[in-house]
Write a protein that binds this ligand. Structure first.
Ligand code: AMP
Ligand code: GLY
Length: 425
């Protein structure tokens, strides 16, 4: 089967690496891809509006869409209209990520545990509702904002300023509508499930580190590292998440004529009252995919095609290995502000000598030299029998990378390492 992968990040490099190992694969294409993905796929330069035509001409058997933007814009629909198999939800179903208000309303209808909320389309009524939510309060731009559309003010003045900023266009079109939410406390974890619209199979858990600095300090990023599994999501909690959050979501979407097909990535808050949904993403996480794929020994082409063909009820459910995977993101200096571009990167082969994998994200080739070309540049990924082992192996690999204009956090996995040593003691 010929497969076309859409995207260019570390997530897509991890997917490409796994797709390329499938005995079902005859040829892997990626667009736009990156130099890391090029080791597993033929990179093709296709304008987004020509993707459907390319897939038809090349007789692509499965298109795998990595990022949320093309999903929300309806790429999966346009491919399906032409009879092409695609892994990823329709635009209507991708609203689970594309509109926070859509998801909150769905939670209300389906009785799914989540923070109390209200939706607003003007600043005056949004501000008038603030007292009801107390402080801190959570204010979100409704639409896609590249992970930046959430502010958590601790004073009424900051909250009003945030509302003005969103309605004033501070988050572009994403802020035409605003959701105000009750602030939940607890530890966050991510849970992944594959669904073909009817059948649902769990596909692992992870935790990431969103802050740029050691000790979870500094501004938010797309994620500076992650590990899987998240032991805090015990098997009992996972069942509760499946029963109370994922299953009613999939059932309600189907019942309302918007069946969801693809991966459902649930951001959870583990509160004193039980797990609650923070948000959904309609695609795999980045860098969570890097750790999930490092635990998946199965045939990814077959699995994603089974999802796309709605065959999950008929096939054996995927399993992730018991080993722990941990990934450390190396970012370009300046990230998450303006990252330094063009810095040379060396040592990848040395870093991979002991079994670690270096997934590339914001990289490019300049005169044959690998250089930084984005904020998050590499995701250095290793596995072990414990988090401590995986962490040690990942940082040993990081030490072999020569990337003078980059940096990383030095404590990825700290929570889990602490928990692990508490269990041993
Ligand atoms: P989101 O983009 O919706 O995942 O929000 C980004 C981050 O904001 C989450 O990972 C949480 O850390 C935080 N957050 C979002 N909603 C809430 C909430 N209702 N209560 C507490 N923290 C939240
Ligand atoms: N790591 C967070 C995300 O992929 O949205």
């Amino acid at each position: 089967m010929k497969v076309l992968l859409i995207g260019s990040g570390g997530r897509e490099h991890a997917l490409a690496w796994k797709l390329a190992q499938s005995p079902r694969l005859s040829k892997l294409y990626a667009t736009p891809g990156n130099p890391g993905i090029a080791a597993h796929a033929e990179l093709v330069d296709i304008e987004p509006h020509n993707i459907v035509g390319f897939a038809r001409e090349e007789n692509i058997g499965l298109v795998v869409i990595g990022p949320e933007q093309p999903l929300v814009e309806g790429l999966a629909d346009r491919l399906r209209e032409q009879g092409i198999l695609v892994f990823g939800p329709s635009a209507a179903a991708a609203q689970l990520e594309g509109s926070k208000g859509f998801t909150k309303d769905l939670c209300r209808r389906a009785n799914i545990p989540t923070a109390d909320y209200a939706r607003f389309s003007d600043a005056v009524s949004a501000k008038a509702a603030l007292p009801r939510f107390g402080l801190p309060v959570v204010i979100k731009a409704d639409g896609l904002a590249a992970g930046k559309g959430v502010v958590i003010p601790t004073t009424a003045e900051e909250a009003e300023a945030a509302i003005d900023d969103m309605f004033g266009g501070g988050f572009g079109g994403a802020g035409a509508e605003v959701v105000i939410e009750e602030f939940m406390t607890g530890e966050e974890a991510s849970f992944f499930a594959l669904t073909d619209g009817t059948t649902i199979v769990p596909f692992g858990s992870a935790q990431d580190h969103k802050r740029v600095g050691d000790g979870d300090t500094g501004p938010n990023t797309g994620g500076m590292g992650a590990y899987s599994p998240a032991s805090i999501l015990t098997p009992a909690l996972e069942r509760q998440v499946m029963d109370e959050i994922i299953a009613p979501t999939v059932a309600t979407m189907a019942a309302e004529g918007v069946p969801y097909s693809g991966v459902l990535y649930a951001g959870l808050m583990l509160t004193a009252e039980g797990p609650k949904l923070i948000e959904y993403n309609c695609r795999f996480g980045d860098p969570e995919t890097q750790v999930l794929m490092a635990r998946f020994d199965g045939d990814l082409v077959t699995l994603l095609a089974d999802v796309a063909e709605a065959r999950l009820a008929e096939v054996a459910h995927p399993e992730l290995a018991d080993r722990v995977a941990l990934t450390v993101v190396m970012a370009a200096n300046g990230y998450p502000g303006t990252p330094a571009k063009g810095g040379a990167i060396g040592g990848i082969a040395q870093a991979e000598q002991n079994g670690a994998r270096v997934f590339q994200a914001g990289t490019a080739l300049a005169d044959g030299v690998l250089v930084a070309a984005g904020g998050r540049v590499l995701a250095v990924t290793a596995t072990g029998n414990s988090v401590a082992q995986a962490q040690q192996a990942a940082y040993a690999a990081v030490d072999r990378i020569d990337f003078p204009t980059g940096f990383c956090r030095h404590d990825i996995g700290w929570r889990e390492v602490e928990r692990e040593s508490a269990r041993v003691a």
